[in-house]
Write a protein that binds this ligand. Structure first.
Ligand SMILES: C[S@@+](CC[C@H](N)C(=O)[O-])C[C@H]1O[C@@H](n2cnc3c(N)ncnc32)[C@H](O)[C@@H]1O
Length: 308
């Protein structure tokens, strides 16, 4: 038994080192995303239109409130494209009330192949006719890359960088420096998270349980604001606006269990261990929602930083 545990840990450490060598800026737990891309896509909640409204408004890129006709957005850690889809839909939903033409280019970057492959199979690029008959064009260009090694992007060419549920993975001074370099002079950095609401007892029980398996020290945004440390003592960005929205993800028990099973370090556990975790989460949800239809409360947090 002891031998088994040793080899399990040794194997996991080797995987970790291997991953680190492939790209030193990627945390070894991100390998979990390569195993959970399907689960992630099927079980994670979307982003609220009012949060996207707030984000675009404070980045001076709102289709109805700003008069820009050309926008370049870079999304970092785009995963399976859940946020990308919401962003693209937001522009389309406002096209009918817009006057002028608008060309939106969204470079959606993601390092993990299995997540990236989901984005390329989504139909995210769209064309629409605005109120006065001009063209709104949204071009989504998926690219593989990490926050530190972004695909080739010209300096001072980007209007906004958005990180949805991802900035905590690469919150360093070096990354902010890189973001500063590609953003235009009046560019913005927008960060958004769908955080499960751990002030609610049953949610706290589940997250505390999951945290026990966080053995490789993933800094989870739901547990701490440690990502904010990256902004201390830097001179490139200042906080311009922030907001928080509450919502509930509703669904059958199994879907909400899947939502937790898609957490990177849970997804990379071996099968027998995953089964145990699944059973424990099911028990907590069953105790709370006896009829099988569950509600999972969230706080959606948005932060807009302006380049200075
Ligand atoms: C929790 S997922 C969020 C995915 C997507 N943005 C969404 O809203 O559903 C975090 C994503 O960040 C990516 N990621 C992790 N480390 C990264 C890094 N160093 N650079 C860029 N992306 C990274 C992961 O591969 C993963 O797809």
């Amino acid at each position: 038994m002891l031998k088994q545990i040793f080899w399990r840990q040794h194997f996991s450490l080797c995987q970790c080192i291997k991953r680190t060598l492939v790209d030193s800026s990627l945390h070894c737990s991100t390998i979990g995303f390569s195993k959970s891309a399907n689960l992630y896509e099927a079980s994670r909640p979307h982003y609220l239109p009012q949060a996207i409204d707030f984000l675009l408004d404070h980045c001076n890129l709102h289709p109805l409130k700003s008069n820009v006709s050309k926008i370049h957005i870079v999304e970092v850690g785009a995963g399976t494209g859940i946020f990308t889809q919401c962003l693209s839909d937001f522009f389309v939903q406002h096209a009918k009330r817009m006057d002028g033409p608008l060309n939106v280019r969204i470079t959606a970057t993601e390092p993990i192949k299995e997540m990236y492959e989901k984005i390329i199979h989504k139909e995210l690029s769209k064309k629409w006719i605005t109120k006065n008959g001009s063209l709104m064009e949204i071009n989504v260009i998926p690219q593989q890359g990490t926050a530190l090694k972004l695909p080739k992007i010209e300096d001072e060419s980007v209007d906004a960088i958005f990180c949805a549920q991802s900035f905590h993975w690469f919150a360093t001074r070096e990354v902010l420096q890189q973001f500063n370099q590609v953003l235009k002079r009046d560019g913005h950095l927008g960060l958004i998270w769908n955080q499960t609401d751990i002030s609610i007892d049953f949610v706290n029980q589940i997250e505390t349980l999951c945290e026990k398996y966080n053995t490789e020290g993933v800094v989870r945004s739901v547990m701490s604001d440690k990502w904010k440390d990256a902004f201390i003592g830097q001179e490139w960005f200042h906080l311009k606006a922030s907001n928080e929205y509450k919502f509930e993800q509703t669904g059958e028990l199994s879907k909400l269990v899947d939502r937790f099973m898609s957490i990177s370090f849970i997804a990379k556990l071996e099968e027998s261990m995953k089964k145990q975790v699944r059973n424990q989460i099911e028990n907590i949800l069953n105790n709370k929602w006896k009829n099988g239809n569950c509600k999972l409360p969230y706080n959606e947090q948005v932060f807009v930083y302006k380049k200075q």
